[in-house]
Design a protein around this ligand. Structure first.
Ligand code: SF4
Ligand code: SF4
Length: 227
């Protein structure tokens, strides 16, 4: 499947998820940005979408911000969501991940607003809370929403299964050059050099039995988006 079709599918997945969030009662609002940290992760396909959008809008300030952020501590995942699903299916132990608890703001955050909001990755779209995190110190999400989030994360990784995943800073730095965007399109991107991990196809969905019925309409809508 060529890149432009995958980007179109990604947009439809984002739209479907935004529709789901629209049906929830959440405390999230404009200029609330406590969740916008340097720990955001995404796939290379989503990174490509962000860089493409930034170029289309003639925005360039993001690159310097991302370059400065590359010297700072951030979460760099060792395992993707589809690998986690497979490990769980096989009852294998997951590797320990180092998540910096105290983490500065996301490099794309400017005056408490996302500078590339329209193209923000799924990891940001699914960061929602029933109560304002500033007051509680953490995001509050019901278990069904966590399941929906996992299924979308798995689906997006599957869509980009010959790409990689990683921290937003690493992925954007990598895809900032035309040479690397070409390497991504031709499946020759050296993931390790950019601290990225290879994506995996979806083999099993992480849906607990108690959510299977409620997930039905969402799964049907996902199936209608041809993968
Ligand atoms: S997840 Fe928390 S910090 Fe982020 S927008 Fe929602 S309420 Fe605000
Ligand atoms: S990409 Fe945008 S929405 Fe996501 S964490 Fe950064 S500033 Fe926030």
């Amino acid at each position: 499947m060529n890149l432009s079709i995958r980007l179109k599918i990604l947009d439809r997945l984002y739209a479907l998820y935004d529709e789901f969030v629209g049906s929830l009662d959440v405390a999230c609002q404009k200029y609330c940005a406590h969740c916008c940290t340097r720990n955001v992760t995404l796939t290379t396909l989503e990174g490509y979408r962000i860089v493409d959008y930034a170029e289309f809008c003639h925005k360039s300030a993001w690159l310097q911000a991302v370059k400065s952020a590359s010297r700072k501590k951030r979460f760099q995942p060792k395992i993707t969501t589809n690998t986690i699903a497979e490990f769980c299916m096989r009852d294998r132990c997951l590797p320990d991940e180092e998540v910096p608890l105290k983490c500065e703001s996301c490099p794309l955050l400017s005056e408490d607003k996302c500078s590339l909001y329209q193209a923000r990755p799924f990891g940001c779209r699914c960061m929602i809370s029933k109560r304002n995190c500033h007051k509680t110190g953490f995001a509050e999400m019901d278990e069904f929403t966590v399941t929906v989030n996992c299924v979308f994360l798995q689906t997006i990784e599957h869509l980009d299964f010959d790409g990689g995943s990683g921290n937003l800073t690493d992925i954007l730095l990598c895809l900032a050059t035309e040479k690397n965007r070409y390497a991504y399109q031709t499946k020759t991107l050296p993931f390790t050099k950019w601290e990225l991990i290879p994506n995996q196809p979806m083999k099993v969905l992480m849906i607990p039995p108690e959510h299977r019925q409620e997930m039905g309409p969402i799964l049907q809508a996902l199936h209608r988006i041809t993968l």
